[in-house]
Design a protein around this ligand. Structure first.
Ligand code: BGC
Length: 965
């Protein structure tokens, strides 16, 4: 199958069971069946006659009780892959019920949400660091025709162009179509490109420099492949639910860790001239029900997040990203407070563009846009992939509809001008007008075929124009610049040593130490399918199955591996063959019963096990994106237990290595006497085997720290940590009532003992912390300085253009399904009164928390310096992460009445130290670090009475020093 078919199928929601080669379409059939002609894709009249779909202004909907039959149906659809006939039968009954009058319930529109209106969209071009780009952009935009402007804002449609997202050009002014490509792990669908370790592994390094270097290498590969916009990094999900399918794309379950990692990654990507995209804004914490229709329901779920939690938790890393100058923000699929994120004016206009001062452009997730004019007014700037409510339909909510909306006055032309200027300014800001870096020819690879020759618009049956579409350019770097070096280093430093009893690790490549009088050679047995190659790393589309060693999760964040070094292959190479016998059994059912010697004979047993998950459009082995539990998969727990009990006839040492998309429960076996060492190697990417060999043999001293808590059960994470697997209404509701208390904050608050806490990780050496010093830099004051006024955005002549600017040029041959900006005839433009959303004519006051890119600049001023001396007091060189946590327990006055977590991470620094070496580590704490979001004052407030307690140490529960500010 060529990639066009694979991707096309999966993107339309094809569920596959890859188990034993079966391939059973499930979700597509459901989706297609539910979607009928009665679901009106928007046309010109929508702009005039109907209610705006999502105006974010009215009271919340009542909670709907789930119908049992609906739940059952979802269960069948989401979990089982063998019941097609049953599903068809149920669907027929279902449609009969709908036809009989139930339709009105199913067609229920989301009642507009708990999210207040915020209009109009603040224009871009208000901060000095973007002013030059905005001036150039405005000059260009002024010369564009209406059709060209629409082109810049609208994707050309699914598979219309070589990248996963493509916009149309403004040819007359020399502005190219842009190519947008996933994603956080590497360049999706690309050949000869690096499969880096996933975000979660990057987070586990706690190494800012590596975060930056990985971003830069990723950005360089994108640029050399002709990509303008990278669809990463990802900080949403934040990781509220440990089983969440896409947590692995982000950097860990803490806003500060995510924010720092994202900012470093963005800096790296953008230094290469590629626009980074921070995603998914905001609340896409689970895959179930994330998207309309994907789960059989007409609307996506709503993540209901209160104002303070939004600012201090889910929004925090986005703020860091905007501060870092990110060019694009991707709004998420689901609703936020019952208003679709991509049409939520409070979120996009209010928080992102006014308060955070975002200067780039907002693009929709793929088909996350649910309204036409409504979403434009709410702050959306670019629709992706261009098709409207339905995959690959070619019927856009913008495109020609946007042209009509401007011409009939529904969409104010100033909004369109701002949308286009934001995109063009971002292009200038990243220097993409420099022809030596971007030749304007677009991608030199195709997302839709592996063949050299192919068509550009694979989604259109009309495109028969075969060309060279894959130039197979190797962008992996070579020699000292080989990106595999960075990939390996991230995988090494992102491996967390959880247990090392009797210092069983590191192993010597020569086996037994010669001074211990062992005469025989050492025997090492490697067990588990996760140690081996399986059917190769690219066996399933978008890595949508768990087989062989696990290098990444699945979905749009995954890539084609150029190679994947399996742990077994690397370990067999790593030991001295004259002294160590290594045998591998890359299966989870080794023949222990029939051939007990394979266990009995070993001195050391290394067991590999894993847990996989991913994006919700793929399901594999009953896992529909979100994991069903936190246990190891494929009987990994039993394998580990069996191996540890039988290894060396009970006298051997068992070392466990886990590859996983997130935390796993270890308690079934962690305390068994034979389990001597455990490594959480996260998702290591292509250099997996080399990295684990480096750690196991002590070539590199482990320095990874957990980017999440490992609990003893899912319940231990609190009620908010549970995925909503069964719809609790026609519009499923997930209310984040735990607020600030996720992961370690929850464990701390409720006194729950984790197996291993957030920030934990061992080394082969020991470190000592001493001399914590706090130096106040600025005096405390409750509110930030008044918002600066900023600079004036560019001015345009805001007159409705002549309709001829958008008429289909004479003799123009349209490709079927391609999204064009053109109107066929003037009579298509319907005049009338557009029902603007409630609150549309109330001008909102600018937020005092805003005023620059990243918010009020005072929030970023340093108010205190902290330093500690860190010494390596152990036998070998190694890296340690000094982690700084803030506690609010000693505050007085008003702050006493504010609820604060026991402690929150506010900074970290990783340093390398030779034995006996000491270095001073410095932290800068900003006003934002010392503030909480006050929902009444609508501003960041710094408590001024009493003291902030500052603690530094080596994990969230091993804090060795304390100071006060
Ligand atoms: C994902 C995005 C991704 C996009 C394009 C969507 O399904 O949610 O993260 O960038 O597809 O592939």
């Amino acid at each position: 199958m060529d990639r066009r078919d694979e991707a096309g199928q999966s993107r339309e929601g094809l569920l596959r069971s890859y188990k034993r080669g079966e391939s059973i379409p499930m979700r597509k059939s459901l989706e297609e069946a539910y979607r009928s002609d009665s679901e009106s894709d928007l046309d010109a009249t929508e702009f005039l006659d109907s209610e705006p779909l999502d105006t974010s202004s009215k009271p919340p909907p009542p909670a709907h009780q789930p119908a049992t039959w609906l739940r059952t149906l979802q269960n069948i659809c989401a979990r089982r892959s063998k019941c097609i006939l049953m599903i068809i039968f149920v669907l027929i009954i279902f449609w009969m019920i709908l036809g009989g009058g139930g339709l009105f319930l199913y067609k229920q529109k989301p009642v507009d949400g708990e999210s207040p209106p915020w209009y109009p969209t603040p224009p871009g071009g208000t901060v000095a660091q973007w002013s030059e780009s905005y001036n150039k952009a405005a000059e260009l935009v002024k010369k564009m025709t209406l059709a060209e402007k629409v082109n810049v804002t609208t994707g050309t449609g699914w598979q219309m162009g070589l990248a996963v997202g493509n916009t149309g050009p403004a040819i007359h002014v020399g502005f190219p179509g842009l190519a947008l490509q996933d994603g956080p792990l590497g360049l999706r669908f690309a050949d000869n490109a690096t499969a880096f370790p996933a975000g979660i592994t990057v987070g586990a390094t706690w190494n800012k420099e590596l975060m930056y270097l990985r971003g830069r290498a990723h950005g360089k590969e994108a640029r050399l492949k002709g990509i303008n916009v990278l669809l990463g990094p990802c900080v949403g999900p934040l990781g509220r639910m440990p089983a969440g399918g896409r947590n692995w794309e982000g950097f860990g379950t803490d806003p500060v860790l995510q924010g720092i990692a994202a900012a470093q990654t963005i800096k790296g990507i953008q230094e290469e001239g590629v626009m980074a995209t921070i995603k998914h804004f905001i609340g896409n914490e689970q895959e179930h029900f994330r998207q309309s229709w994907e789960w059989g329901l007409p609307n996506a779920m709503s993540s209901n997040i209160d104002d303070r939690t939004l600012h201090e938790m889910y929004g925090w890393p986005f703020q860091d990203s905007v501060k870092a100058g990110v060019a694009s923000v991707m709004c998420s699929y689901q609703m936020l407070n019952n208003s679709y994120s991509c049409g939520n004016s409070k979120l996009l206009n209010g928080i992102l563009k006014d308060e955070l001062g975002f200067q780039g452009f907002v693009q929709s997730d793929w088909l996350a846009q649910r309204s036409g004019v409504g979403s434009a007014l709410a702050g959306l700037d670019m629709t992706m992939p261009g098709d409207g409510l339905k995959w690959a339909s070619g019927k856009s909510l913008w495109g020609p509809e946007m042209s009509k909306a401007v011409l009939n006055g529904s969409l104010p032309i100033e909004r369109l001008n701002d949308m286009v200027t934001r995109v063009v300014a971002a292009w200038y800001q990243l220097g993409q007008d420099d022809k030596s870096k971007f030749d304007g020819q677009g991608p030199n690879f195709s997302s839709w075929t592996n063949d050299k020759m192919g068509v550009i618009n694979a989604g259109s049956p009309d495109d028969k124009d075969t060309k060279v579409v894959n130039k197979f350019i190797n962008v992996q770097g070579s020699g000292e610049d080989a990106h595999s070096i960075i990939a390996r280093q991230v995988a090494v430093e992102g491996s967390v040593l959880l247990k090392n009893k009797d210092n069983v690790l590191p192993l010597s490549k020569d086996g037994w130490p010669s001074d211990q009088g062992h005469e025989i050679n050492m025997r090492i047995g490697i067990f588990g399918e996760d140690s081996g190659e399986g059917n190769g790393p690219n066996a399933c589309p978008d890595r949508g199955c768990n087989q062989g060693t696990l290098g990444s999760g699945w979905g749009s964040g995954a890539v084609e591996f150029p190679y994947l070094i399996s742990p077994a292959a690397a370990l067999k190479e790593a030991f001295n063959k004259d002294r160590v016998y290594v045998t591998d059994y890359p299966t989870n059912s080794p023949p222990f019963k029939s051939t007990p010697v394979i266990l009995k004979d070993q001195d050391i047993c290394i067991v590999f096990a894993n847990s996989d998950g991913g994006e919700g459009y793929i399901a594999s082995e009953g896992i529909s994106g979100d994991r069903n539990d936190l246990y190891l998969q494929h009987n990994g727990d039993n394998l580990i237990t069996e191996v540890s009990e039988g290894c060396g006839d009970g006298r051997g040492s068992t070392i466990v290595v886990i590859h996983s998309v997130g935390p796993v429960i270890l308690d079934k076996w962690i305390n068994l006497p034979g389990i001597k060492a455990v490594i959480m190697a996260n998702l290591p990417g292509q250099e997996s085997g080399n990295a684990i060999a480096d750690i196991l043999l002590g070539k590199v001293n482990p320095s990874g720290k957990l980017p999440y808590t490992i609990g003893k059960s899912l319940d231990d994470y609190g009620p908010g940590a549970k995925i909503l697997y069964h719809a609790n209404g026609v519009i499923p509701q997930q209310t984040f009532s735990e607020g600030l208390y996720i992961d370690y904050r929850h464990f701390d608050k409720f006194g729950v003992e984790p197996t291993y806490e957030f920030g934990y990780g061992l080394s082969y050496t020991k470190f000592q912390f001493a001399n914590l010093r706090v130096t106040p830099v600025l005096p405390k004051s409750s509110l930030p300085a008044p918002r600066p006024t900023g600079i004036a955005p560019p001015k345009f002549e805001d007159v409705i253009p002549d309709a001829s600017e958008a008429l289909l040029p004479k003799g123009f041959r349209k490709l079927k399904k391609f999204v064009y900006p053109y109107i066929d005839k003037l009579s298509d433009i319907k005049k009338g009164k557009y029902p603007y959303p409630e609150g549309y004519d109330i001008q909102q006051p600018p937020s005092q928390a805003g005023g620059d890119e990243g918010g009020n600049p005072d929030l970023w001023n340093v108010y205190a310096n902290v330093s500690v001396d860190l010494t390596n007091v152990g036998p070998r060189g190694g890296k340690e992460v000094a982690q700084l946590y803030l506690s609010f327990a000693d505050l007085q006055g008003e702050a006493k009445h504010v609820d604060f977590p026991l402690k929150v991470l506010r900074g970290f620094e990783k340093v390398y130290l030779e034995p006996n070496e000491t270095q001073t580590v410095h932290f800068n704490l900003t006003r934002r670090d010392f503030s909480y979001w006050d929902v009444v004052q609508q501003n960041w407030v710094m408590p001024t009475e009493g003291s902030f307690t500052i603690r530094v140490g080596t994990s969230s529960r091993d804090l060795r020093l304390t100071g006060w500010y």
